[in-house]
Unconditional design. Structure first.
Length: 158
């Protein structure tokens, strides 16, 4: 299965200078190859609703020069496509950030976007009651993905 995973803003999100998001898929206690991503912001801004704040599988440092002046909203670059031969039952999305330190705020403000090989996507708000967000420490979160990847949601993007 070919899929991209991104983190998007469910509500407008104030980005502080120096904010970062480190993301990765984990399975069997290890990082899924090619899934690590880092998005670092070198300026203060606002990411509006439905825009990307992070993506898996690539690293990028955003500066004011990264965005053509006056050419649209601030948004992170798209996540890289990952090839998942099979989906382990313990697959999770791990997020580390210095911007959102509280689990409740993270779940209220962010969502996960799954994008299939054909470019179709589905947005999954983290505030949904069927999407657990496990707090691992200040700014460290784990989101189980197996149920989402095996559900009808994935069929919508495949």
């Amino acid at each position: 299965m070919k899929i991209a995973v991104e983190i998007y803003a469910e509500k407008p999100l104030n980005i502080k200078d120096g904010a970062y998001f480190k993301t990765a898929l984990m399975a069997m206690g290890r990082i899924v190859e090619g899934s690590e991503g880092t998005d670092s912001f070198g300026f203060a801004s606002v990411v509006i609703s439905e825009k990307r704040v992070a993506g898996l599988g690539r690293d990028f440092v955003y500066t004011l020069a990264s965005f053509p002046a006056g050419m649209g909203a601030i948004e992170a670059r798209p996540g890289a496509y990952l090839n998942l031969a099979d989906i382990p039952e313990d697959i999770t999305l791990d997020i580390e950030t210095n911007l959102i330190l509280d689990q409740g705020i993270l779940a209220d403000v962010l969502g996960v976007r799954l994008i299939g090989a054909q470019g179709k996507s589905v947005d999954i708000p983290l505030c949904r009651p069927d999407v657990p967000v496990w707090w691992q420490g200040r700014g460290k979160y784990t989101i189980p993905l197996y149920g989402l990847l095996r559900s009808r949601i994935l069929q919508a993007v495949s």
